[in-house]
Every structure is written in structure tokens, then in C-alpha cells.
Design a protein around this ligand. Structure first.
Ligand SMILES: [Zn+2]
Length: 123
């Protein structure tokens, strides 16, 4: 960070706040593991666009939190990340039609919805 000519700090290059989800205890521990491992395994750094939503009746409203949205800019990369997560984690082994990662949305709304369930297990 540089100082402007008037002596004030210049924050113009700081446009995203990073958080370490591994430290956030309100997030389900398996969900935290999926998010941190997927960053390490893919080399990607994700931007979270949604965590807890007030009055959400689904996983985004559960505590511990079981839903997180990751911004995606590229459909092909999104499909690979989605397949990667689903190859490593089973959302609920008794209901294999449900997945931990779902790529959806169009254009600037493209994102991977990552979710866990109390029965979620590593494959
Ligand atoms: Zn979501």
C-alpha cells in the first residue's frame, strides 16, 4: 500500500477481503475441509459470494452452516472443480442423487454451490 500525495493511505488496490474459512467455527467442519482442500488441490483461490442467509430454509440457513457459493468465471473450470469435489466427497451415501458440489448460474452468476449434510463422508 502506498501513500497518496496528500499523505493518506491509498487503498485502491485492495478490492477483496480474504477470510480463512478454516477458522470459522459456524461453518460445518466437513464443509470447511472441502473448501480448504479444494483450494490446495486445484491451486485456485476462490471468492465466496454467499455463506449464511437469514431466513433461508435450506443449507444456507443452517447452523452450523452447510452451504457456500464460490464464484466461477469459466464454465469448463467450474465443471472440473465440481467433478473434483464430487469425486472425493459423498453428500449422503443413502441418497447418491444429491451432490456436494453443483455448478449453476449463467454469466456473472455462474457459481459452484458447495454443500454438506450431517451424513457427508469422504469417498
Ligand atoms: Zn448456494
Amino acid at each position: 500500500m502506498d501513500a497518496n500525495s496528500d499523505g493518506r493511505d491509498d487503498y485502491s488496490e485492495v478490492d477483496n477481503m480474504r477470510i480463512d474459512v478454516a477458522q470459522l467455527e459456524f461453518i460445518d467442519s466437513n464443509l470447511r475441509t472441502i473448501l480448504t482442500e479444494t483450494e490446495k488441490q486445484t491451486g485456485l483461490e476462490f471468492t465466496i459470494t454467499s455463506l449464511y442467509r437469514i431466513n433461508d430454509s435450506g443449507v444456507h440457513g443452517a447452523l452450523p452452516l452447510r452451504g457456500t457459493d464460490l464464484r466461477m468465471r469459466d464454465q469448463a473450470i467450474g465443471e472440473r472443480v465440481e467433478a473434483h469435489i464430487n469425486s472425493k466427497w459423498a453428500y449422503d451415501p443413502s441418497r447418491p442423487q444429491h451432490k456436494c458440489a453443483l455448478l449453476h448460474g449463467v454469466g456473472s452468476n455462474l457459481h459452484i454451490h458447495v454443500q454438506t449434510h450431517p451424513n457427508t463422508v469422504r469417498r
